[in-house]
Design a protein around this ligand. Structure first.
Ligand code: CP
Ligand code: NVA
Length: 322
């Protein structure tokens, strides 16, 4: 492990082995909340929000505190960033004080600029394009219910709904990194950017996974090990609510669709969920749903990710355990 500043901006910023290392560390944090305290001091981590959040805010705030650090949470409405201060200048200032920067914002270019000008690890806490922290939590949840991290490669996952959004993109890349068979299904006009599909396919070729993009929801869920969905109207798209309430009905995750997946298939949703829209109450509140473990796993996965990034920065592999 050489001194290297690593960031987590998109799901393929880590390779297959590194993803496994982070998830295994996440399992350790699940078993022992205070497994490692790399921010003991306390050292501050800036956690910035340009969009609303419940899970990300609480899991990063509590997670940094449990790692021995101080979470400095700043909302758009109370920051100069929100009044147009350049990202570059914000990065230059925060990096003089904080040991890490976590940011939920709009364009992916903004977190990339932050990482370029910051001299500390930067974590994408959701952009319009990607939500890599959620994918780590979702895969940790699969590992929890499917015999550990080593069992993830070869699993078939199906994501239904808005296949052009941040969650779909992150399942494509993150699933490819994990060596999974990733299927995403959505209506015409809501399918992923071809460049992201191409990136995911190139990764899957190396990891033994595969990528399928389809408009056929039944084909996507057939014999799947885990079924995922997300809101049809992401943050920032509220003005499109009326337009977006029509094309997705065939992609609603309901008991009929779940029956096509493996009998013991899991159901996950990053939350917040809209019952009666992208998922029925009978599925999300039913026996196959593991959404509350999934939400809890945000805490463990992100503590693992922060510890892993700090291990790189400090050249301290002892932080990673065995
Ligand atoms: N899943 C997720 O990121 O939730 P929040 O928007 O509440 O942070
Ligand atoms: N696609 C959703 C995810 C929320 C966690 C959004 O961006 O609003």
């Amino acid at each position: 492990m050489t001194h290297e500043l690593r960031h987590m901006l998109r799901d393929d910023d880590i390779n297959h082995e590194e993803q496994k290392q982070i998830l295994k560390l996440g399992m350790k944090f699940r078993e022992n909340r205070f497994y490692a305290r790399p921010f003991e001091g306390p050292q501050a981590v800036a956690v910035l929000f340009d969009k609303p959040s419940t899970r990300t805010r609480s899991s990063f705030s509590i997670g940094v505190a449990e790692l021995g650090g101080y979470p400095l949470v700043i909302d758009k409405s109370s920051s100069q960033l929100g009044r147009g201060e350049p990202v570059e200048d914000t990065a230059r200032v925060l990096t003089r004080m904080a040991y890490g920067i976590v940011w939920r914002t709009f364009g992916q270019d903004r977190v990339e600029t932050m990482a370029k000008y910051a001299n500390c690890p930067v974590i994408n806490a959701l952009t319009d394009q990607f939500h890599p922290c959620q994918i780590l939590a979702d895969f940790l949840t699969m590992a929890q219910f499917r015999g550990g991290v080593d069992a993830l490669a070869g699993q078939t996952i199906a994501y239904l709904g808005d296949a052009a959004n941040n969650m779909s993109n992150s399942y494509l890349l993150g699933g490819a990194v994990a060596g999974m068979h990733v299927r995403v299904a959505g209506p015409e006009g809501y399918l992923p950017d071809p460049q992201i599909v191409a990136d995911a396919k190139a990764i899957a070729e190396k990891t033994g996974g595969s990528i399928t993009v389809t408009t056929d929801p039944q084909a996507a869920v057939a014999d799947a090990d885990c079924v995922f969905t997300d809101t049809w109207v992401s943050m920032g798209e509220e003005a499109e609510y009326a337009i977006r309430s029509k094309p997705f009905w065939d992609y609603q995750v309901n008991p009929e669709l779940m029956k096509l997946a493996k009998p013991d298939a899991l159901f996950q949703h990053c939350l917040p969920a809209y019952r009666g829209k992208e998922v029925t109450a009978s599925v999300i509140d039913g026996p196959q749903s593991v959404v509350w473990d999934e939400a809890e796993n945000r805490l463990h996965a992100q503590k693992a990710l922060m510890t892993w990034l700090i291990a790189w920065q400090r050249e301290d592999p002892s932080l990673l355990g065995d």
